[in-house]
Design a binder for this molecule. Sequence first.
Ligand code: NAP
Length: 293
Amino acid sequence: MKLLDGKLIADQIKTEIAKEVREQFIDKGLEAPHLAAVLVGEDPASVTYVTAKEKACAEVGFISSVYRYPANISEDKLLEVIDFLNADPEIDGFIVQVPLPGHIDEQKIIARIDPRKDIDGFHPVNIGKMVLNQPCFVSATPMGIMTLLERYNIDVTGKNCVVLGRSHNVGTPVSILLSRKSKSGNGTVTLCHSHTVNIKSIASAADILVVAMGKLGFVTADMVKQGAVVIDVGIHRVPATDTKSGFRLKGDVKFDEVSRKCSYITPVPGGVGLMTIVSLLQNTLKAAKKEIR
Ligand code: NAP
């Protein structure tokens, strides 16, 4: 078994981005790419993600800014913030950290983002273009998964791919990317969800198994084919007495037993999570270079 090392690949990509920022922006007297984040409320997971994004921006030489608002901000006021960020020429791309408070229509907010600045790839225009295999911003987690497969030279062509979970931000886009007619795609994909019958037999036939369910330790060794590639997207904080933080991160896959059976596996932590952040940096660079129109 080999680890699909998200830290190693993310660090390589960050080094590549930092070089490009220096050579293509700073040395030419141009402003560095600028990523902005809108943070509504103080949900601890959202605060952690936004902080991690700021840190990653600093590592590659990007400018970053965070627009913080209280959880009771009105939908209209948030739409005004989006309009402001769309119009600000100094901001190349921005994200609105989700989930948003219940009184705000998330889809309405996302639809207001200029697709050319939608570095999360959540806007319907970018999702449509991804389906059509046109240049677009692909959302960060599915993009990070595809990058990991590419950088480890795992060929998807003709493979039996099974995706567990059909969320808009992970499962559904990754199923499209794996099946697209493209160099990194061409797989045969089955997308499973809570209504899927006999998920175990479907999963255990997979050459490539992507798990994005949000169910701690759901995938056990008997659900995995010998030699399969396993991508674990799940992130769970499990209480632990032997760590400083008082918790440990675990995934949707029972790593200890599954890792003995597969050819490649992503660890949690140190796998997909780090690739998600670096993909956002790659999208910001694309936005700054005006590659997506
Ligand atoms: P989500 O929106 O909650 O979607 C979960 C999906 O799993 C749904 O499609 C659901 O089916 C399916 N599902 C749940 N229980 C199931 C069961 N028993 N059998 C079959 N299907 C089942 O989750 P998400 O946003 O994709 O996130 C999934 C996990 O990934 C979470 O742990 C999250 O924290 C993590 N995550 C990690 C990253 C990262 O960067 N590493 C990024 C995003 C998310 P239905 O559609 O039928 O309800």
